[in-house]
Design a protein. Structure first.
Lengths: 212, 212
DNA sequence: GCGCTGAACATAGCATTGCTATGCCATGTA
DNA sequence: TACATGGCATAGCAATGCTATGTTCAGCGC
């Protein structure tokens, strides 16, 4: 009955926005559609304006983060796994700092909550396995432990990626995590060993040439 | 030799920007100077443009945060004090969420680093007293403990103030802090008691009517 | 198979944005 | 008191997000 939207246009614009974000190019309505062959109106048919585009970009950021976390293999050591998830979280944020900032800097509106929850779910699963394995006390709610791990990871990486702390501050991660796991009932030395196994120093930023 | 700048204009503009930020009004060059009696050029003579204004607003945010932290009384229990500083940090961020976002959301440029360091210094002092009092091990570097406390506080409050977590997530603060202090050598029960004394539930947001 | 409907898309123009060029004038110095 | 210098006001610029209007093309009834 009418001409259908081209889904490729939507993904193309999101992808291009992500690329421009990474290249530190300012993302304006006109610069976004320049070179794509579509006009500015496409942004309005697909996203209802620039706000909707940013929301879609945030969604894409959470999707990629979810994929990154899903790629973390689960082992028979849930504490190690939870640490590895936190490390992957940091790594993702440092690899895509601009995308990460868009995800969390702007006020997260209600539309984004499910995406954020899906991210958290990965941590909740690992925390649950930690409880099942007896590594943390039975009265520890997996969601709580997940949130606590998230707060540590987010606090560290946001102070480093877009904040005042130098990159070395990330080295505080293992101590903070093992402190948390110990407080939740794990044996201190065992927690420390698991964290050391799961932790890996985040990779340095990809070098992206600035425009101009 | 020439007409001196009026310092009152500068503080007036910063103050007005903070008020507008709090009222969630969009801060534009023209809306900022509207009603002040000064023209748009004042922003350029005093701040060299809007970027400089935002920088000054960030500076003001750090200044107020520093004043808030300075108002935290020191006691004979450094662990309690460090907790109270963290609680004051959260309280400040929740009382001025928009100012807090401006402080940390935008890339912190080099000009802002001294202000951020001054904030951190309050925590470093308390951490140092904690070490002097033997509450944490002698090999714990005060700066490290301060950064770790900061990461916990910032992670929690930024996920709550401008992020996806509900306000109740702040209740994880005591556990995270006491876990940290315990990991740094304090007696677990003693740490828990000190944290409980220093912690106070942040006050709810001031109700500010939205424009329009 | 054909014309109609209606949504996707292109074009053009709007108000508003941050910024700059220019002129005026107050103020400290000589 | 005359001058020079920099703060401040005015006006206008390019660029921004958005909307009004026109054009085109996919899908349905006959």
């Amino acid at each position: 009955m009418a001409r259908p939207k081209d889904p490729a246009v939507r993904t193309q614009l999101i992808e291009r926005a992500a690329v421009m974000l990474r290249a530190r190019e300012p993302i304006t309505l006109r610069s976004l559609v320049a070179g794509t062959g579509v006009s500015t109106m496409a942004v309005y048919t697909h996203f209802h304006g620039m706000d909707g585009l940013w929301q879609a970009v945030r969604q894409e950021g959470f999707t990629r983060l979810g994929a990154r976390l899903a790629s973390v293999a689960t082992s028979d050591d849930p504490v190690r796994d939870l640490t590895a998830l936190a490390a992957a979280y940091l790594d993702n944020a440092l690899t895509h700092p601009d995308l990460y900032r868009v995800m969390f800097d702007a006020s997260v509106d209600l539309e984004d909550l499910p995406a954020a929850d899906a991210t958290l779910e990965h941590l909740v699963q690992a925390a649950g396995r930690g409880r099942d394995a007896g590594r943390v006390r039975a009265d520890v709610v997996p969601l709580d432990l997940a949130i606590q791990s998230w707060a540590i990871g987010h606090g560290l990486v946001s102070l480093v990626a877009t904040g005042p702390l130098p990159r070395e501050a990330l080295d505080h991660g293992p101590l903070l995590l093992s402190a948390l796991f110990t407080a939740c009932g794990d044996d201190p030395e065992r927690a420390r060993a698991s964290v050391e196994q799961g932790w890996h120093r985040p990779a340095p930023d990809d070098e992206v040439p600035r425009p101009g």
